[in-house]
Design a protein around this ligand. Structure first.
Ligand code: ADP
Ligand code: MG
Length: 238
């Protein structure tokens, strides 16, 4: 079970305050989308959940354990970024297996994990190719494959589709949702794209200038925005 709780979390870079007390409660298995304009603090919050950024104050817990001072590799999370960050000199198979090899997993276990992940993502025919021999969508699937093989309690996505063309972006939304329905892994997904948020989220967290404006199901926000910012951002007429 992996709920994620963010309690009164604040973040300051030097004298600059970028998060002013954020509270978000994510249930086990939920697909939550953090949405808001560029610069509002989405990536910073996600990176704090991942352990890539210190928390100035407040508390984050994953699966009931406070993780404030826990290094990333001890948190049971896997993160997918927008720029994929695949290793160019490694095949798809080795890219997917990399984190398991780092942990000295036996080859048998590596195969047992890479194969089903490749099947889910339609990557079986490409396992021996290199990233440069793949399309943008295939590379993004490899990045997701790397996260899946780790079988984490929580997936963290930071604008994973923003480098893809519009048509592929729409197709990949569906793929990611199908993946979630299959694995039921708790997911925190960051985007600045309202339509992506509306179509993918169980629950949307609308952020603006370092605060949470509103949290709710997509239709809740659309029908009952708490203020003009949310109304304008989500696109409802209020
Ligand atoms: P978003 O992902 O919503 O676009 P970010 O979380 O990346 O926003 O950034 C929020 C704010 O924090 C921005 O004003 C950004 O310039 C600032 N910021 C992010 N990282 C750093 C850093 N390492 N040092 C200083 N300021 C930062
Ligand atoms: Mg960002």
């Amino acid at each position: 079970m992996a709920p994620v709780l963010v309690k009164d979390v604040r973040k300051q870079f030097g004298a600059t305050k970028v998060l002013h007390g954020v509270d978000v409660s994510i249930s086990d298995g939920e697909f939550v989308v953090l949405v808001g304009p560029s610069g509002c603090g989405k990536s910073t919050l996600l990176r704090m959940i991942a352990g890539l950024e210190n928390i100035t104050s407040g508390e984050i817990s994953i699966g009931g354990r406070v993780v404030n001072n826990m290094p990333p590799k001890e948190r049971d999370i896997a993160m997918v970024f927008q720029n994929y960050a695949l290793y160019p000199h490694m095949t798809v198979r080795d890219n997917m297996a990399f984190s398991l090899k780092l942990k000295n997993a036996p080859q048998e276990e590596i195969d047992k994990r890479v194969k089903p992940a490749a099947e889910i993502l339609g990557l079986v025919p490409y396992l021996d190719r290199y990233p440069r021999q793949l399309s943008g969508g295939q590379r993004q699937r490899v990045a997701m494959g790397r996260a899946i093989v780790r079988d984490p309690q929580v997936f963290l996505f930071d604008e994973p589709l923003s480098n893809l063309d519009a048509k592929l972006r729409v197709a990949m939304r569906t793929e990611i949702k199908e993946l979630h329905q299959r694995l039921k892994t708790t997911t925190v997904y960051v985007t600045h794209d309202q339509i992506e948020a509306m179509t993918m989220a169980d629950k949307i967290v609308v952020m603006h200038d370092g605060i949470v404006e509103q949290i709710g199901a997509p239709l809740d926000l659309y029908d009952n925005p708490v203020n003009t910012f949310v109304a304008g951002f989500i696109g409802s007429p209020a």
